[in-house]
Design a protein around this ligand. Structure first.
Ligand code: TXA
Ligand code: MG
Length: 319
């Protein structure tokens, strides 16, 4: 079992020795290891049971300290870094030779990010290397937003979890690449598309599911709870599923004819930031109850609602 504590010194000691830790960030917890050590990188894939074609994000505490690992920083990337780092944005840039093929799955680009979490930034500033960190969940399962979630999913397989409390954003970072110089969103996430467009103008969004993911958790079934998640008009589905073993998952609505303990709402006030913060935690709570069906609904397509819709689409295996 991993030790859960908030000691940066202990986390550094584990990483310095080539070990893996649970790393708090504002989006989700990461499973972190020395990004310059191919053994640590291989261990990350093994612990997560992650396919080797799915590359990792490299994290440090500043663009400056990430720059040795990228070849070129396009002007738009510089602007985005100035606007959003530290923060929930990952950028895919041409990589330098210092980054091993294992990290990038052989691609000629590398994904880099500066997380916005004081404990993580403190730790990263004390390390002599950047860390590679995918979300700290077994591959395909719901991402972790607390130290306890990491313990539940991977606790047996890692030595230490740096406890930084509950993640403040709750969905993974937005991933932006620059293929042929065109800013392109590969994964919707913690920085809304609208915010990015305010800084660099119109961007392409290419976050489609594919069997050969260009990026992120772009696989058809991902972030998936055990129960079957159905999306639509919850009121209508309650009628259709009468007598069946279901719970509801809504943004803010409650339903008269469903027992209170079977109703899950993400934000009573309908606040999408609060809802995003609660999404993965709530899916995990529902899984503990183990219903056959989750009757859920789409979020408004704005702000963090877009990233949430992407995650619930995959959780429902709708690709
Ligand atoms: O918020 C986050 O980004 C969290 C925290 C821990 O930082 N990390 C995270 O990592 O979500 P992960 O591994 O679950 O998702 C990262 C995604 C991968 O699915 C991968 O496909 C994509 O980033 N990625 C990494 N390198 C890439 C590259 N060179 N080109 C395109 N996509 C890349
Ligand atoms: Mg992930």
């Amino acid at each position: 079992m991993a030790i859960i504590d908030s000691s940066i010194a202990k986390a550094k000691e584990v990483l310095d020795k080539g070990g893996l830790i649970g790393l708090p960030t504002e989006t989700v917890y990461g499973l972190a290891g020395n990004a310059l050590d191919p053994k640590a990188a291989a261990h990350i894939f093994e612990v997560k049971a992650r396919p080797s074609f799915d590359p990792l994000i490299v994290h440090s505490d500043s663009l400056e300290r990430l720059s040795p690992y990228v070849k070129d920083i396009p002007e738009a990337a510089q602007k985005l870094a100035d606007a959003f780092w530290p923060g929930s944005l990952t950028m895919v840039l041409p990589r330098s030779e210092k980054i091993h093929d294992l990290i990038t799955s052989g691609l000629d680009t590398v994904a880099v990010r500066v997380p916005k979490h004081q404990l993580a930034l403190n730790l990263l500033s004390q390390l002599d290397f950047p860390v590679a960190a995918p979300s700290a969940n077994p591959f395909g399962y719901i991402s972790p937003t607390s130290a306890q979630h990491v313990q539940d999913g991977l606790g047996e397989k890692i030595d230490y979890i740096l406890d930084g409390g509950d993640c403040f954003v709750g969905v993974e970072s937005t991933i932006v690449g620059f293929p042929n110089g065109i800013p392109t969103i590969y994964r919707k996430g913690g920085i809304p598309v609208e915010e990015i467009e305010k800084v660099i103008g119109k961007v392409e969004v290419n976050a489609q599911s594919s069997s050969q993911p260009q990026a992120p958790g772009m696989l058809h079934r991902h972030y998936a709870p055990n129960a079957q998640l159905l999306l639509g008009d919850i009121k209508k589905m309650i009628e259709e599923y009468k007598g069946k073993d279901f719970v509801t998952l809504s943004l803010s609505s409650s339903f008269d004819n469903v027992p209170e303990e079977n109703q899950f709402t993400l934000s009573k006030e309908g606040d999408l930031n609060e809802a995003a913060r609660n999404l993965f935690k709530t899916l995990r709570l529902i899984d503990k109850k183990n219903p056959s069906f989750i009757l859920g609904e789409w979020m408004p397509e704005e702000g963090l609602g877009r990233a949430m819709n992407d995650r619930i689409k995959r959780a429902a295996a709708l690709g």
